[in-house]
Ligand binder design. Structure first.
Ligand SMILES: [Zn+2]
Length: 228
């Protein structure tokens, strides 16, 4: 393809900036449907943004909460067990918390009605339990950090600012990280959700792309999903 998009993949692109006041909640159901439908077809879903720390993580956490009985903090631990630097910005954390306390039950019900299959339920429960267990081990071995490194300590995940002790300022370095976006795997069942922003765009919007029309320059920084 040469442009990173393949015709045998399905894509869902969500335009969203990594800013605390960006509303991502409005896309949770859309992303959940895309991800869940692809997985039920035994497809793989790549969820990415730019750094893989904030936007894509938020979408993952919302999905995990929606298909399991985990709350948002537990779901975030599941993600962090696999990717230690996962760290939604403070606004996205608040949105996940609000989603948890207001819309989550309804969203779980909606998904069950729309996708009655139980094919993934037990496997997901099992996998999440394993990941939560891994998380505790990583925390104990100081391979993972919950943002509370004290002054002078080396932060294992690099999220704590040196010398700041308790801190909140870890988000801003996201952009300087190398880009995490990768071309979807060659699997014919791969799907991808990508979350990103277009610097010049106005309100966040959604777009679906087919491989043929995708131009990475136009969508740099956007959420895309690729269901098969
Ligand atoms: Zn730390």
């Amino acid at each position: 393809m040469g442009n990173g998009m393949n015709k045998d993949k399905h894509y869902l692109c969500v335009m969203a900036s990594d800013s605390p006041d960006q509303n991502l909640t409005q896309y949770f159901s859309l992303c959940n449907d895309f991800i869940h439908a692809a997985r039920l077809r035994e497809g793989n879903v790549l969820i990415h943004c730019l750094a893989g720390m904030s936007r894509s993580v938020t979408v993952c956490v919302a999905y995990i909460m929606s298909v399991t009985n985990l709350n948002w903090k537990e779901a975030l631990k599941v993600v962090r067990a696999g990717r230690a630097v996962a760290n939604p910005n403070i606004g996205f954390q608040k949105q996940l918390e609000d989603f948890d306390s207001t819309r989550l039950m309804e969203e779980r019900r909606r998904l069950k009605e729309r996708y009655p299959s139980l094919a993934l339920v037990y496997r997901d429960q099992e996998q999440c339990a394993i990941m939560l267990n891994n998380y505790e081990k990583l925390l104990q071995s100081r391979t993972i950090c919950e943002g509370r490194c004290v002054m002078g300590e080396h932060c294992p995940t690099g999220v704590c600012r040196p010398g700041s002790g308790q801190q909140q300022g870890q988000r801003r370095r996201t952009r300087s990280r190398s880009e995490m976006r990768r071309s979807p795997s060659t699997s014919s069942t791969a799907s991808s959700v990508s979350v990103g922003s277009r610097p010049r765009s106005g309100p966040a919007g959604l777009r679906g792309y087919t491989g043929a029309q995708y131009n990475p320059r136009q969508t740099d920084g956007a959420i895309k999903c690729y269901p098969a």
